[in-house]
Design a binder for this molecule. Structure first.
Ligand code: PLP
Length: 375
């Protein structure tokens, strides 16, 4: 059994994907070209955002967004303590200070009350200027933008939506990728919409920011890439990956997003009341990058993982360590109180989930988990 069955996904769509790749190979265009332009258009249409700018990966996307806002030393950027390293790495890469904010036990996403408290602490006790909030759509579920945006507005801050895991999610009819002043996503193979290598994209409705991003991702280009008006990066999406993504976006919309939600529904029906299962708040829709349960206090996670492993069921721990405990952030983890993140890091367990699971597979995993917890 695979944790996320990418090979099955390829085999189910082999003809369309092979054809797309071959067309690029035959065209002689390997960077840029019509595939990249068309993909950006389709992604902008899907998320209902004016501009989509593709780039090399989800980490660059975050960094480019912060660079477009000219965030740097003396600036504070608020990030959840419970997320993948990149979210805070991009902040540090710009020379700014990441401030770690605790998350909500139920949604795993940034707790807006902790956010407001952290902003006030920074204003009171440091020289840093609160500039931006990076809200992460963790495990596929959009963050609570209604509250986060109000807070951003009150303190004159920007909101960056890290939708690396959130593509395909929504709140009511509004899609992930449209919640921030800028939003970013990743097409790393195991993300909800993945390619067959690295890839990423940035979304915004702000034309000036769009122009700046297009420059920043190509060496800070001016009229062309040999005219350089600012220090940028080299961060492009490969043409082959764009062609693959055009096919995969179609499959994602037609099939995968629905199927992965069906699998999550099966888990929920079987496991509800037996273990803490993820709850999707009213009006929210998840794209299920992960299916993460929280084990009870008295259950040994190591023993559960071992037992499932012996049955051939792979599991993962997202995430083992609060970001503020990462050695890389030693210097900037001073203002931080994140008890929920600490608890989650001890007790979470992510189960296999992907669009190519059938009911029997979900049932086998769920039953084995219950047996493991009783031992
Ligand atoms: C995967 C991920 C990223 C980074 O994406 P890459 O394409 O791997 O650089 C950023 N933020 C979060 C929350 C992620 O899960």
């Amino acid at each position: 059994m695979e944790f996320r069955d990418l090979k099955q996904q390829y085999l189910s769509n082999k003809d369309a994907i092979d054809k797309a790749v071959t067309e690029v190979m035959k065209s002689g265009t390997y960077i840029g070209g019509k595939w990249v332009t068309q993909l950006e258009q389709r992604l902008a249409d899907y998320t209902d955002v004016q501009y989509c700018i593709s780039c090399a990966n989800g980490t660059d996307a975050l960094q480019l967004a912060l660079m477009a806002w000219e965030i740097g030393p003396k600036d504070a950027v608020f990030v959840p303590d419970f997320t993948f390293f990149s979210t805070a790495e991009a902040v540090a890469q710009c020379g700014a200070t990441p401030i770690f904010v605790d998350v909500n036990e139920k949604t795993f996403n940034m707790n807006y009350k902790s956010l407001e408290y952290a902003i006030e602490q920074v204003q009171k006790n440091s020289e840093l200027i609160p500039k931006a909030i990076i809200a992460v759509d963790l495990f596929g579920l959009p963050a609570e933008y209604e509250y986060i945006k109000k807070i951003a507005c009150r303190y004159g801050m920007k909101v960056l939506e890290d939708a690396a895991q959130g593509f395909g999610g929504r709140i009511e009819e509004k899609k992930a990728g449209s919640f921030g002043d800028i939003a970013t996503t990743s097409f790393f193979p195991a993300k909800p919409l993945g390619c067959y290598g690295d890839g990423g994209a940035i979304f915004t409705n702000d034309e000036m920011i769009k122009e700046r991003l297009c420059s920043l991702k190509v060496h800070g280009k001016g009229v062309d890439k040999y005219d350089n008006v600012r220090i940028g990066m080299n961060s492009r999406l490969d043409t082959i990956q764009a062609a693959i993504l055009l096919e995969k976006l179609r499959i994602f919309k037609e099939y995968e997003l629905m199927k992965v939600n069906e699998a999550a529904g099966w888990y929920y029906d079987i496991l509800k009341g037996k273990v803490k299962v993820p709850e999707v708040p009213q009006g929210y829709y998840s794209s299920w990058a992960q299916y993460t349960v929280v084990l009870g206090e008295q259950v040994s996670r190591d023993a559960v993982q071992d037992y499932l492993g012996q049955k051939g069921i792979p599991t993962m721990i997202y995430y083992k360590k609060p970001l503020h405990r990462q050695k890389a952030f030693e210097a900037c983890a001073q203002i931080c109180d994140c008890p929920v993140t600490e608890m989650l890091c001890e007790k979470v367990l992510s189960l296999p989930i992907h669009p190519y699971m059938d009911y029997d597979m979900v049932e086998l995993i769920a039953d084995s988990l219950q047996r493991a917890m009783k031992r």
